[in-house]
Write a protein that binds this ligand. Structure first.
Ligand code: SF4
Length: 328
């Protein structure tokens, strides 16, 4: 599991803020700022954080829906951050995305056969019989019956629609799947089935997952490693088990302390409840120093003026916090 399939280096996604009829630039939204992260082949790497932390924007930059403002994205050793559409085409087959809302991501006027075979047509699979065979295979992979080929999305339940989203994402045999909150629109019992399906497919097909979620209770049993994002910055990266038993960054501790638990024994494993103060600020108005300082219960004078670096604090654990900077 140690081979790196994807690496980002200093990735930034900044969006100009304009005003007036001449659209003068009056500011900049730093949605993603200086992200360096590595995904290992066959692992599930979860990106977590509140809404507005920049995780979906980072995922879209990796998927190259956005061209990064700065930095590099290496996929299997090739820098794809600056490639034009033509040169990106082979990489588009390798990296696919499953979206949050299966209802809006499937064309309601098309039958499942057309929806699932669309990426095959776009990528030049001309033989209709071969395409039909592949669509049948994909339906089987996501555990939907073959007669569903001729159904429309509105004939399916939410869980079935998300299975179709997964089938379409797998059509081109990608190596990396970006799962953008794939279960957040589903009931809890359906969520568990989709997670079970994703686990099975990962094992069978050797997939790597980048799993975007705000639901930390899901990550615990699904992810191998976790990256915690706050206001466009990574603030902690750790193996999932380590993050849950020994969260270091004050923001990670606050996020974990909000997870609802059923058993008292589970509650004992989580940090003491330290609810987050206030709301995440707009990325257009980033606080000085450590961006978390206005909400941090442990903030020190240094935190107001100096941005902490990402430091290795234990094997495979990195934290961006002045509390740990000198302890390496
Ligand atoms: Fe809190 Fe300071 Fe650490 Fe930021 S650097 S998380 S403000 S202690």
């Amino acid at each position: 599991m140690s081979e790196v399939i994807l690496r980002t280096d200093g990735v930034k996604m900044h969006f100009p803020v304009t005003a007036g009829i001449f659209k003068h630039q009056v500011g900049v939204v730093k949605a993603v700022d200086d992200i360096g992260v590595e995904l290992k082949r066959n692992e599930t790497f979860a990106l977590v954080g509140e809404s507005g932390s920049g995780k979906t924007t980072l995922a879209k930059a990796i998927f190259r829906l956005y061209k990064p403002t700065a930095g590099h994205i290496w996929f299997e050793g090739t820098d794809i951050s600056g490639l034009d559409d033509l040169k990106l085409k082979p990489f588009r087959r390798q990296i696919q995305m499953v979206y949050q809302d299966p209802t809006s991501s499937l064309n309601p006027r098309k039958r499942l056969k057309e929806i699932i075979e669309e990426p095959l047509i776009v990528h030049g699979f001309r033989n209709p019989d071969q395409r039909l065979r592949r669509v049948r295979e994909l339906l089987e992979m996501v555990e939907l019956p073959p007669e569903f080929l001729w159904r429309y999305p509105h004939n399916l339940s939410g869980g079935q629609r998300q299975r179709v989203g997964v089938a379409r994402a797998l059509a081109l045999q990608p190596k990396l799947l970006i799962l953008d909150e794939p279960t957040s629109a589903l009931d809890v019992s359906v969520q568990a089935k989709i997670i079970g399906l994703l686990r099975k497919l990962q094992k069978e097909l050797g997939l790597t997952y980048l799993f975007i979620t705000h639901d930390l209770s899901l990550v615990r049993n699904f992810a191998d490693r976790v990256g915690v994002m706050y206001l466009g910055h990574l603030v902690e990266v750790a193996p999932a088990a380590e993050l849950y038993t020994n969260p270091r960054h004050p923001y990670t501790r606050a996020l974990l302390s909000t997870i609802p638990t059923v058993h008292a024994s589970e509650q004992d494993m989580l940090p003491e409840r330290t609810p987050l103060k206030g709301e995440i600020p707009s990325p257009a108005y980033q606080p000085s120093g450590c961006p978390f300082h206005p909400r941090c219960p442990l903030a020190m004078p240094q935190c107001i003026v100096e941005m902490p670096q990402m430091d290795a604090v234990a094997p495979a654990v990195q934290v961006r916090c002045h509390l740990y900077g000198d302890s390496v």
